[in-house]
Design a protein around this ligand. Structure first.
Ligand SMILES: [Fe+2]
Length: 183
């Protein structure tokens, strides 16, 4: 496993199946090779531009928090629902780590060197490009499904339990930045 990817994503260690762990890491590796963004950038850029450039929550803070929240939710459901809603933790964690990997391909550098959404990203938002990268690395369909359905596009299809958890972990930590009630 590439050290850059492992230092970006210590949560890879939570995937028990060594093959799935390796493939999940490989997707990030090829995405970074093809991106205008570096691993270093991801630990500095704010995760959303909606709150201005001074937001302290970085891209990686947000992406990693989604994995932590999804894991806690999955463990709670597995522990308290008597097996009625089984959550495959390996699939959940791999999918949560990969949900936004396609964003690496959404950006281009503009004339001033700033990362902006490029033509490829306009045609193929990250749920699509993420699936493409993941299939290239041999990720199973249950993980690709989480990537495909984690955002608004996924509202048009039926989600697995794991995909529901990742979708909500992502949106519950994004929407309040965008539109929370402040009194
Ligand atoms: Fe996303």
């Amino acid at each position: 496993m590439n050290n850059t990817v492992l230092s970006l994503w210590p949560e890879l260690e939570w995937i028990n199946d060594p093959q799935l762990r390796e493939k999940t890491a490989r997707v990030w590796e090829i995405a970074l090779e093809r991106s205008v963004l570096t691993a270093e950038d991801l630990s500095h850029i704010p995760f959303t531009l909606l709150c201005g450039p001074d937001l302290k929550v970085t891209f990686m803070d947000h992406k990693r928090s989604v994995v932590h929240i999804a894991r806690a939710a999955g463990e709670t459901v597995n522990g308290m629902y008597h097996g009625e809603l089984p959550v495959n933790m390996d699939v959940l964690i791999s999918g949560a780590i990969l949900a936004d990997v396609g964003k690496m391909l959404e950006y281009e550098l503009d004339a001033s060197g700033k990362a902006v959404q490029g033509k490829y990203g306009k045609y193929l938002r990250h749920p699509f490009s993420g699936v493409s990268l993941a299939e290239e690395c041999g990720l199973p369909p249950e993980v690709c499904h989480i990537i495909a359905t984690h955002a608004g596009e996924g509202n048009l299809v039926k989600r697995t339990t794991e995909a529901f958890i990742v979708h909500h972990a992502d949106f519950m930590t994004f929407l309040p930045f965008k539109e929370r009630l402040v009194v």
